[in-house]
Design a protein around this ligand. Structure first.
Ligand code: TYM
Length: 334
C-alpha cells in the first residue's frame, strides 16, 4: 500500500517555493493515500550552523506552517525528525552503505560547499544518506518534492538497492519521487534562472509565508520581467524565464494548467497581469500566515502535536529498524 513521506528543513522561514513545490501538494496527497508522514528535518538543518534559539523557533513555525496550510494532524503524522530516533539510527547504517563517490556527485553538496569543501561539516556531506533513512525507515513508497530534490531521491534508490543486494534481501522498497505540477521549480523574483530560496541574500527575490499583503504585492510589482506582453501559448514562454515563472506561480496558486491561464491572460501587459497575480497571492497566502501567527501564540500546543506525532511514527519505525538490525547481524533485544 502506498505510503507518503516528505520533509522540510527548519533552517529559516518558509518560502512560496516550499509552499507550491512541497506543502500544497502534501495537503492534496494526505487525502489520496492511506498514510502520510510529514517531517521537520532539524537534524538536516544543523548540517550548517543554526543558532539554537532560531532553530527552536523555526521548527515550531514550520509545524505551524504545515498545519495552517491544511495538513491535519488527524489525517497525517506530523513529526520533528530528532524526536524519532530511528531516523538517525538507520542513517548510520546507510552511512556504511553509501559510497564516497556517490556523495561527491551530489550537486546540492557541491553548491552548498562551494570552494570551501574542506571546511563544511561532515554532516553536510552525509546529508543524503540521512535523507534516505528518513524515507526508508517508513518503507515509504512516494515522496512529493520540488525538482531540486530529484538527485537525492535517485540516491535513496541506490542505497536501498545496494542494501538489498549486499544482504541478499528484498527489504527496502524502491521509492518513487512525485515531482508534479506547474511549480516544481519556483524561481527567484529577481532572476528567472535562479531558484527561489530562503538563503538568497535578497529578500525581494522571494515571497516568505510570513510576508503581509503589502509586502507580497510590492515584491510582485517589482518582480523582474521582460518588456513584452504575455503570450497566449506555452511556446511563447520560450527563452523568457521571468515570464514563465510568474505564469507558473499563477497557475499553481489558482490550481489551473499553464495552458488554461495563458488562454485567459495572453496579450496582457505585465502592468495588468502583476496586480492580478498579487491579488491572487494575497488571497491564498494571507489566511495561511494569519493562522500561522495564531498557532505560534500557543507553542505548547504545537509541542503536544509533535509529541503525539512522534509516538505514532515510532510504531512504524521501531519494527523496521529492529528488522534492519537483524538483517545486518546485530544482537537484538532479549
Ligand atoms: P528543503 O527544506 O530545501 O525544501 C523543502 C521542499 O521544498 C521544495 N522547494 C521548492 N520547490 C519548488 N521551487 C522552489 N524554489 C523550492 N525550494 C524548495 C524542495 O524541493 C522540498 O521538497 N533535503 C530536503 C529535506 C528532506 C527531505 C527528506 C525531503 C530531508 N529528508 C526526505 C523529502 C524526503 C530539503 O532540503 O528540502
Amino acid at each position: 500500500t502506498p505510503r507518503v513521506f516528505s520533509g522540510i528543513q527548519p533552517s529559516g522561514g518558509l518560502t512560496l517555493g516550499n509552499y507550491l513545490g512541497a506543502i500544497k501538494r502534501f495537503v492534496t496527497m494526505q487525502d489520496e493515500v492511506a498514510q502520510s508522514i510529514y517531517c521537520m528535518v532539524d537534524l538536516h538543518a544543523i548540517t550548517v550552523w543554526q543558532d539554537p534559539k532560531d532553530l527552536l523557533h523555526n521548527t515550531r513555525e514550520l509545524a505551524a506552517g504545515f498545519i495552517a496550510s491544511g495538513i491535519s494532524p488527524e489525517k497525517s503524522i506530523l513529526i520533528n525528525q530528532s524526536q524519532v530516533p530511528e531516523h538517525a539510527q538507520l542513517g548510520w547504517i546507510f552511512n556504511c552503505v553509501a559510497r564516497m563517490g556517490w556523495m561527491q556527485r551530489m550537486t546540492q553538496f557541491k553548491d552548498k560547499a562551494g570552494k570551501n569543501a574542506q571546511n563544511v561539516s561532515l554532516g553536510l556531506f552525509g546529508y543524503p544518506a540521512l535523507m534516505a533513512a528518513d524515507i526508508l525507515v517508513y518503507h515509504a513508497t512516494h515522496v512529493p518534492v520540488g525538482e531540486d530534490q530529484k538527485q537525492h531521491l535517485e540516491l535513496t534508490r541506490d542505497i536501498a538497492a545496494k542494501f538489498n543486494h549486499d544482504y541478499g534481501v528484498d527489504f527496502f522498497p524502491m521509492t518513487e519521487p512525485v515531482i508534479e505540477g506547474a511549480a516544481t521549480r519556483v524561481m527567484s523574483l529577481r532572476d528567472g534562472c535562479k531558484k527561489m530560496s530562503k538563503s538568497d541574500p535578497s529578500d525581494a527575490s522571494r515571497i516568505n509565508m510570513t510576508d503581509d499583503a503589502d509586502v507580497i504585492s510590492k515584491k510582485i510589482r517589482k518582480a523582474k520581467t521582460d518588456p513584452d506582453g504575455l503570450p497566449s501559448d506555452i511556446d511563447g514562454l520560450e527563452g523568457r524565464p521571468e515570464a514563465r515563472n510568474l505564469v507558473n506561480i499563477f497557475a499553481a496558486l489558482s490550481e489551473r494548467s499553464v495552458e488554461d491561464v495563458l488562454s485567459e491572460v495572453g496579450g496582457q501587459q505585465f502592468g495588468t497581469f502583476k496586480p492580478l497575480l498579487a491579488d491572487l497571492a494575497v488571497a491564498k497566502l494571507s489566511p495561511i500566515s494569519g493562522e500561522m501567527a495564531r498557532l505560534m501564540d500557543d507553542p505548547a500546543e504545537i509541542d503536544r502535536i509533535l509529541a503525539r506525532g512522534a509516538s505514532q511514527a515510532r510504531e512504524i519505525t521501531a519494527p523496521i529498524l529492529k528488522k534492519t538490525y537483524e538483517i545486518v547481524g546485530m544482537v537484538g533485544p532479549a
